[in-house]
Design a protein. Structure first.
Length: 73
């Protein structure tokens, strides 16, 4: 929880990436993961995920975050 509080404080101060309020993150709830894709929609990792993740229940549903994948089943 402390890490989420830190990330949220940075976000609110305009110094960090989008972050959910502590206790409301889908990462904390176990339904989202960040995958090392090189931070690009053109990376091999992202392209593989874009082709295959849905069959395992994952979608890339945060605009501008190719690394963020949410479980939707």
């Amino acid at each position: 929880m402390a890490e989420q509080q830190r990330l949220y404080a940075l976000y609110k101060a305009g110094k960090g990436n989008l972050a959910a309020r502590p206790g409301y993150s889908n990462h904390q709830g176990g339904t989202a993961v960040d995958v090392a894709t090189g931070g690009s929609y053109s990376s091999k990792a992202y392209k593989w995920l874009a082709r295959n993740a849905r069959q395992y229940g994952f979608v890339n549903d945060v605009r501008g975050e190719p690394w963020h994948w949410t479980y939707k089943r």
